[in-house]
Design a protein around this ligand. Structure first.
Ligand SMILES: Nc1ncnc2c1ncn2[C@@H]1O[C@H](COP(=O)(O)OP(=O)(O)OP(=O)(O)O)[C@@H](O)[C@H]1O
Length: 230
């Protein structure tokens, strides 16, 4: 369902962008099936975030393509990708990226406002989604009034509310203690099972890689190992 084909990416650095070419992704190809949890591991600087940014449409690769359900999304312009993302791809970040001046409820409701969903449905879906992540009692709390794990649950709910078939996560448990990490991993795994959401998760962490059905390991811009977890 997601096919990454021969991706190369080079950053041009320096004056007139000509001085140094940094070849950070080298001929990357792999595929992810619907319902997979793919863990992308590799040390800092190996190209993981660049790869996820390309799959999520925030960056165009220098070469190669990403096919999502047989659509070549690398051909999309910014506006087309933004529309595609609203229906198809959710994001979870290490630092949650919640809007501090909005309550948990308002943060989760926001993507539905962007999608133009009428208010009654918005309120219903937001309430249901907050219940799904175990935050029914926290509608009116601001991010600063929530623990790290609760903030990550709000950010997961904000992503889930649009019912995306795919979620891209960049170190989703990177700023959580190990107990909270386990709770969040359990939540991600149950969403994967119950809603058949496909996850691509960047991680340094073996605990996260353990819930994966497939792993790729990157080194200096190259996929050096690909494993299927039985
Ligand atoms: N916008 C940019 N301009 C120039 N170089 C960049 C840019 N973004 C990333 N890089 C370089 O590309 C390489 C890969 O970076 P990337 O962030 O993809 O690695 P990573 O594996 O995600 O690292 P980390 O685990 O630290 O987040 C690094 O050498 C980085 O310095």
């Amino acid at each position: 369902m997601i096919e990454v084909k021969n991706i190369n990416h080079t950053f041009l650095l320096g004056k007139k962008q000509k001085e140094t070419a940094l070849h950070v992704l080298k001929n990357i190809s792999f595929s992810v099936e619907e319902g997979d949890i793919l863990a992308i591991t590799g040390k800092s600087g190996s190209g993981k975030s660049t790869l996820l940014n390309i799959i999520g449409g925030f960056m165009k690769p220098t070469e190669g393509s990403v096919m999502i359900n047989e659509t070549n999304v690398t051909n999309f312009n910014e506006g087309e990708f933004a529309n595609f993302r609203l229906d198809n791809i959710g994001f979870i970040f290490q630092n949650f990226q919640l809007i501090p001046s909005m309550t948990a409820f308002e943060n989760v409701e926001l993507p539905l406002v962007f999608k133009g969903i009428p208010e009654k449905e918005r309120k219903e879906w937001t309430t249901q989604t907050l219940a799904k992540v175990g935050l029914s009692d926290y509608h009116h709390h601001y991010p600063s009034e929530l623990s790290g794990g609760q903030q990550q649950r709000v950010s997961i709910a904000r992503t889930l509310v649009i019912k995306p078939p795919i979620i891209l996560a960049d170190e989703p448990t990177g700023s959580l203690d190990s107990e909270t990490e386990q709770e969040i991993l359990q939540l991600l795994r149950s969403l994967n099972k119950e809603m058949n959401i496909t996850f691509l998760i960047i991680t340094h962490d073996e605990e996260v890689a353990r819930i994966a059905s497939k792993k790729i390991h990157m080194l200096d811009g190259v996929v050096v190992k690909e494993e299927i977890n039985s």
